[in-house]
Ligand binder design. Structure first.
Ligand code: PMT
Length: 399
């Protein structure tokens, strides 16, 4: 199962900013995901966080002094640069960005970056005025023109107490960016994959909606898996509690009709559509303009009209179509009927009766049915892994 971080040499350059504390979390998450993390620190960074903190997490030596005979750089000053899969400088101060832009090499980070062939990601963290200063902006532009990937900064509360542009991004975004950069040249590079997620909300009145239990987790996981294989990904989603995945074009919708119109647009020129969304088959015939009152009646009926079947409607030359079938009985028979009636290449028959599967869980149990009549029952997997199983098959059809 592809894990883009497994056994990858990630060089994490840490410079002198209070945001150093966030890099400890980044080093930890990278290590937990199987990456081999070499932490390089500037003298300024060491004032904020001890090298021991990082080496305790990564179980690898930290390099904070290029001239130390005990450090790997002291023996071979390009060793780390040569084995790097990717270098990320997080946090990156204005000073380090300036040094990188001018090709200086006077600390472990700038020396390594000058010598590396690996892609370099820069996550700035500084006061807003320092970031907006023309000198910094010119340095950023110079590095971007040389292919450096800048991630952030975000607007928020800064160490000075002011609110402004200069906050380093949080770990999930930095991890997403690293995975995206590592996925360059993946088997879906140059492909556009459209994914839908969440449960549509069909308004009854300004207060109430008809909806279902979908949390969006399955669709978001498919979108991340596609990003991690190099695809350009559009995720069309209803409101969820989930963070937007880094590097994915997220488009928010509420109703089935909105989802349909966005998907029709997004699928033009796309290579695949993967519909994990739970789309309401019916919607109230008319949404009331004002909140409906309880009144005296003991019962209440809502007239419903059929929503369009989005998957059936969308057809595109060469578009690979994948559906999900959430079923509580006759799983395979119902799923196969949907595969055929909606003209799909593949459908994930989703058993929603098991507690570890279906709505809201991080894992899923699906059987993949294809139009050639094959049925592959997958074991219990994370939703991200299910995404890769589906994408393995999509990639084969596209090839
Ligand atoms: O979001 P989670 O909490 O992670 O839950 C994931 C999930 C259970 C919602 C997901 O794995 C899943 O099974 N999604 C499909 C749910 C569903 O409603 O299936 P369906 O059998 O009603 O529809 C079959 C397919 O047609 C689906 O791909 C659906 O997106 C699509 N459809 C349905 C109705 C409609 N009007 N238009 C459609 O395109």
């Amino acid at each position: 199962m592809p894990n883009p971080l497994e056994k990858k040499h990630i060089v994490l350059g840490v410079t002198g900013s209070i945001a150093c504390y966030k890099s400890v979390d980044l080093a930890s998450k990278l290590t937990q995901n199987g990456a081999l993390v070499d932490v390089l620190m500037t003298p300024g960074a060491v004032k904020f966080v001890s090298p021991l903190t990082f080496s305790s997490i990564t179980h690898r030596p930290v390099i904070a002094d290029i001239f130390s005979p005990e450090s790997e750089l002291g023996i071979n000053h390009v060793a780390v640069a040569e084995r790097a899969s990717v270098v990320i400088v997080a946090p990156a101060t204005a000073n380090t960005i300036a040094k990188l832009a001018h090709g200086l090499a006077d600390d472990p980070i700038t020396t390594t970056i000058l010598a590396t062939q690996a892609p370099v990601i820069v996550a700035p963290a500084m006061d807003a005025h320092m970031y907006e200063n023309a000198a910094t902006q010119e340095n950023v532009a110079a590095l971007q023109s040389r292919g450096y990937v800048f991630v952030g900064p975000a607007t928020g509360r800064l160490a000075s107490g002011l609110i402004g542009l200069g906050r380093m991004l949080e770990t999930p975004d930095l991890l997403g960016c690293i995975k995206m950069v590592l996925s360059r040249g993946g088997d879906l590079s140059g492909r556009k994959i459209v994914v839908s997620a969440g449960g549509t909300q069909e308004p009854i009145d300004p207060v109430r909606v008809l909806t279902n239990h979908s949390t969006g987790k399955m669709g978001y996981a498919v979108a991340e898996a596609a990003r991690d294989r190099g695809a350009e990904v559009s995720l069309v989603t209803t409101p969820t509690a989930l963070e937007d995945p880094f590097g994915v074009n997220v488009i928010n919708v509420r109703t089935a009709l909105e989802m349909r119109s966005v998907l029709l647009h997004q699928c033009s020129g796309a290579d695949a559509l993967i519909m994990a969304a739970a789309v309401a088959d019916w919607r109230p015939a008319k949404a009331a303009d004002h909140k409906l009152k309880k009144g005296e009646a003991e019962t209440w009926s809502i007239e419903l009209v059929k929503n369009p079947d989005i998957l059936s409607e969308i057809v595109g030359e060469g578009l690979v179509k994948v559906g999900f079938a959430a079923e509580s009985e006759d799983l395979l028979a119902n799923a196969r009927a949907k595969l055929l009636s909606k003209g799909l290449h593949l459908i994930a028959a989703n058993d929603i009766t098991a507690p570890d599967s279906g709505f809201g869980t991080d894992t899923n149990r699906v059987t993949l049915l294809d139009r050639e009549g094959r049925a592959t029952e997958l074991p219990l997997l994370t939703k991200y892994e299910v995404g890769h199983e589906i994408l393995d098959r999509v990639a084969k059809v596209l090839a």
